[in-house]
Design a protein around this ligand. Structure first.
Ligand SMILES: *[C@@H]1O[C@H](CO)[C@@H](O)[C@H](O)[C@H]1NC(C)=O
Ligand SMILES: *[C@@H]1O[C@H](CO)[C@@H](O)[C@H](O)[C@H]1NC(C)=O
Ligand SMILES: *[C@@H]1O[C@H](CO)[C@@H](O)[C@H](O)[C@H]1NC(C)=O
Length: 426
């Protein structure tokens, strides 16, 4: 898939009114301490080095194997126990007691687009952040009140990496999972977050519309699939404009139209394809159902037959990314300590999607955004630049947030988890 959407570059972030508790609680000053620690020159330079190594080595592009090698080497240097391979090339590190509660932090390490609207070069920053968090957590491993799982996820062609990690069972008994994204439109040192749905469910369809080819001069002896496909595409536009709730965002886009190769020959068939998006499972399934119905019945109006396929091997569907309400409160508390209340913004809804949503189907999960706007660049420059560059000053924020979210989660949940659950691997 060659297209990336840079929607996030154009967003305006609204300040988020939050009512965090104003008194100092059990969290203490861990998050603040972590940020100070990781911003020290030595650790900062180390994270920057990792990011550049992944980013600049052309051999690493499209080969998560080598990124995975680098991650394993760094984990070994820190004496962090890990499991590999997890679902082919994935790596999962473990820090802490080896007992519950378990909390996971996940990043994508691959160069493929499991985040379909995101430029691939951001993943190197995410990996560097998680290794930074690993450094902080390992340093404080004796104070951890449970176990942190560091999930370096592979994506596979067209996503599906999250699902494969889940299938291995390695995340069984995990009580919460956190994910991060850098954002070039948010100021450095700030975060954006939201409870509930934040990214859309996305699905893909492809339809073959078959008629009967022939000469353009004698259309009466043909069944024209080009005309049928054209009518299908127009009819598909009505799904959102006439059938969807105007207060709920949905998208149906036909982005592929293939058929015919001559000026005077009507082809036998036409293939069309596209994607559809919605913010609830119900709307998503309804769209899917109607897309198939509209394509087949509208094609028959023009005497054509149509077959519709969803979710090809290359394009797997993602559910809605829904942030857990309790983890949202947890995030606000921790982020207030790391970046300060003033720097926490409300994340606007995006119709992009993330395969992090697969985790959230089975584990309470939370995806948040951390700002890295480079004040030296104009908004126009940022918006136009498809050569996304990472503002490396963001790395300590990501690392400190990851580590703090995990540590404080374990602190707060140490008495809540069932005693008998444990991780066989440990
Ligand atoms: C929390 O504790 C820190 C350090 O002891 C102190 O600087 C800060 O003022 C305290 N905040 C509140 C709201 O008590
Ligand atoms: C559509 O399918 C029917 C039933 O299989 C078949 O009889 C008909 O010839 C097909 N029409 C086209 C245009 O392929
Ligand atoms: C992106 O990078 C390529 C290669 O370095 C360069 O040729 C191109 O002009 C850049 N595009 C933008 C929009 O900066």
């Amino acid at each position: 898939m060659a297209f990336y959407f840079f929607i996030i570059n154009f967003l305006v972030f609204m300040p988020l009114p939050i009512s965090s508790s104003s008194h100092n609680d059990s969290l203490g000053l861990i998050p603040v301490k972590f940020l100070d620690l990781i911003q020290e020159n030595e650790l900062f330079d180390w994270m920057v080095g990792i990011r550049r190594k992944i980013h600049q080595n052309p051999k690493l592009s499209f080969k998560e194997i080598e990124t995975s090698e680098l991650i394993r080497a760094e984990l070994e240097k820190m004496s962090i126990f890990y499991k590999y391979p997890v679902a082919k090339t994935g790596v999962v590190g473990f820090i802490g007691t080896g007992s519950p509660p378990f909390v996971a932090i996940r990043v994508n390490m691959d160069e493929l687009e499991s985040v379909e609207w995101e430029h691939k070069s951001r993943h190197d920053a995410h990996v560097a952040m998680l290794l930074g968090a690993a450094k902080l957590l390992q340093k404080h491993r004796h104070e951890l009140k449970g176990t942190v799982l560091l999930v370096f996820q592979q994506a596979e062609e067209g996503g599906g990496g999250a699902k494969k990690i889940l299938d291995t069972g390695i995340l069984d008994n995990v009580g919460a999972i956190f994910g991060i994204h850098v954002s070039p439109s948010l100021p450095i040192g700030s975060v954006a977050c939201k409870s509930g749905p934040i990214l859309a469910a996305v699905g893909f369809f492809e339809a073959k519309i078959s008629g009967k080819g022939g000469h353009a001069a004698i259309p009466q002896y043909t069944i024209d699939p080009i005309l049928a496909a054209s009518n299908v595409i127009v009819s598909l536009q009505h799904l959102v404009s006439r059938e969807a709730n105007p207060l709920e965002s949905e998208v149906v886009t036909v982005s592929k139209f293939q058929g015919g190769s001559a000026f005077n020959v009507i082809p036998d068939s036409v293939t069309i394809g596209g994607s559809f998006r919605a913010f609830s499972k119900e709307s998503f399934l309804q769209l899917k159902h109607r897309i198939e119905e509209v394509i087949t019945t509208q094609a028959s109006v023009n005497r054509c037959n149509a077959t519709v396929l969803f979710d090809s091997e290359k394009e797997a569907f993602n559910p809605v990314t829904v942030n857990d309400q309790n983890l949202h409160k947890h995030f606000l508390k921790v982020a207030t300590q790391v970046v300060g209340e003033r720097n926490i913004h409300e994340m606007p809804l995006l119709l992009g999607s993330e395969d992090f949503s697969w985790y959230q189907e089975v584990i309470p999960g939370y995806l948040f955004f951390v700002g890295m706007k480079d004040e030296k660049k104009s908004v126009d420059e940022l918006a136009q630049s498809h050569n996304f560059t990472v503002n490396e000053d963001v790395l300590p924020y990501g690392a400190a947030l990851h580590a703090s979210l995990a540590v404080t989660y374990l602190l707060e949940n140490q008495h809540n988890s069932p005693k008998q659950s444990s991780h066989d691997e440990l």
